[in-house]
Design a protein around this ligand. Structure first.
Ligand code: IMP
Length: 179
């Protein structure tokens, strides 16, 4: 085991199963709807890549980039939109695809932002959820796996930009937490 990994929390096989389930659910719910997936960079890209291949529909997608934590493991509560989507969404059913809902501040900001553009609907799909840390009313309509209040890395999630490539979701060793 790598020294920055305290332990594996969720194996890549369990993650794959959850992604399959979410893809199937979205496929059923969005038949005959103009679906538009918006991936939240950077953390959401691994999940997005797996999820789209489990959705058996025709749909378009785009990416946005936000910054919330910077290089630290503590939330600043400040969300900054670094890259916006390129198209209008007023004729679309939007799903925001995110790696993890923690405090919910990022998704509250994004949901409100996209709602101002009058889409047909806006829902949230997150592969991981830490409900014990929530400070907002955000509840993802599509939620993969609930995890305890621990700082996790892997499957797209980072600490200081590192460890996104780990295939399993792992708990970060305390000694590697940045202030
Ligand atoms: P929120 O705004 O507090 O819900 O945080 C959302 C963002 O914080 C996520 O998209 C992640 O990028 C990051 N984040 C929250 N918890 C963790 C974690 O345990 N590990 C890595 N990143 C996290």
């Amino acid at each position: 085991m790598k020294d920055y990994v305290e332990r594996v929390l969720i194996s890549k096989e369990e993650i794959a199963e959850a992604v399959k389930r979410l893809g199937k659910q979205i496929t059923e719910d969005y038949k005959d709807k103009n679906l538009f997936l918006i991936c939240v960079l950077k953390g959401g890209f691994v999940f997005m890549a797996d999820l789209i291949r489990e959705i058996d529909l025709e749909f378009q997608m785009d990416f946005i980039a936000v910054s919330s934590y910077g290089a630290s493991t503590k939330s600043s509560g400040v969300v900054r939109l670094i890259k916006d989507i390129d198209v209008p969404i007023n004729d679309k059913h939007v799903i925001i695809v995110e790696d993890i809902v923690d405090t919910g501040l990022t998704l509250k900001y994004l949901k409100e932002l996209f709602e101002t553009r009058n889409p047909l609907s806006v829902k949230i799909c997150s592969i991981f959820d830490k409900p014990s840390r929530r400070v907002t009313e955000i509840v993802p309509e599509y939620s993969g796996l609930t995890i305890p209040n621990e700082y996790v890395i892997g499957y797209g999630l980072d600490c200081g930009g590192l460890y996104r490539n780990l295939p399993d979701l792992c708990v970060l060793n305390e000694e590697y937490h940045k202030k």
